[in-house]
Design a protein around this ligand. Sequence first.
Ligand code: IMP
Length: 432
Amino acid sequence: MAGTCVVGLQWGDEAKGKIVDLLGDQFDLVVRYNGGANAGHTVVVNGKTFKLSLLPTGVIRSNVTSVIGNGVVVYPPRFLEEVDQLAKVGLDVSKSLVVSSHAHVIFPYHMEEERLAENNTEGKIGTTGRGIGPCYQDKVGRRFAVRLGELLRPDHFRERLAQIVPFKNRLMLAFANGHPAGYKTFEPNALADEYLGYAEQLRPYIADTPRMLHDAVAAGKRILFEAAQGSLLDVDHGTYPYVTSSSSLPSGIWGGSGVPAKHITRTIGVVKAYTSRVGQGPFPTELDDGPQGIGERIRRIGREYGTVTGRPRRTGWLDMLTLRYTAALAGADEITLMLLDVLSGIPELKLCVAYEIDGERRTHFPSDAFDLERCKPVYETMPGWTEDITAVRTLAALPHAARRYIDRVAELVGLPVSVVSVGPDREQTIRV
Ligand code: IMP
């Protein structure tokens, strides 16, 4: 059995979906192990473009089983909506999609809790508003969490909500204290009715996924693990507290799916040719250079707007310190360099090769967000290229400066580049 992981090495949105798509039919199962509907990937089915945020990208392949692992947090209406969207274009996933009975359930009070926390207190994180953080908080807190399997036991589920919801309502009141926009409260029975309705539709999809995956491993099936978010958003190793609430690194696979790490034999680190970030938090190589600047140019050409929230993404130069750090944490065997075409026409490109902090030069990434905030980037400059490279299909046909850029990135990360992407389409790919 060969387990492969596709993981982003930056702050998310590295175009991981395209790599999963390129790996094509090499897998029998595709597994998501972390996050929830905060992820965003664009997929094309029967000529129609979709934005999926909860279902794995692999769901569009009918011969592949898609698994939403126990480490994912599930908002049932979103799950059903995405399944429905796919059905409308003729893609029936009822036989190919499963979700863990141990995945935790997101309720509207999680979103309200998040909204109030983000609006009303200091320390805004700039979250996606999908209830991800509050749901994971409940998961580790244990008392107020609900797992998907519990929705299949109506009496028990009603009792749970009768305990949880009044507590949540009191929490909202405390959070909203003095908040001009007020707050929402919830009614346990109405919420139970709503969710028991979803449960009937979800029932055929709910499964004991760890056991299923163990059987797949024993049968020598090929499994692809699809990380959501990026390594710098990992709750343990990212730029805490400006991170998501799950383990986006491959270390999350074991806990979030039940498949032990020893079965992962290939880890592909996906890297954008520049850097982007949504939400708050330090970003040393950010290009905050105004409406005519390179940062805005990259945002416009790279269509750097959040898939989930539509927020403009912050953009900046490629940072080799972050990449060395995340490649080491992920155990990446290779990297893929995405969106290289977006850099065409920029006269001079910069790679961050060190930081200066308090007058000292550092070549290691300080994972502490407060140290990182004080870091000034030290750049190496490289000539850019003017040619449109979106139709190029071989390394040899790339402008010399583009080849030098790729080689230098590989040298500084210390890993081979296996794929260079020069456009969103499957064909716009150079296999190295
Ligand atoms: P949360 O995951 O909604 O709690 O948001 C926490 C941080 O992670 C925020 O900065 C979000 O913008 C960021 N984030 C969450 N999911 C993604 C993603 O899929 N791509 C990029 N950033 C993300």
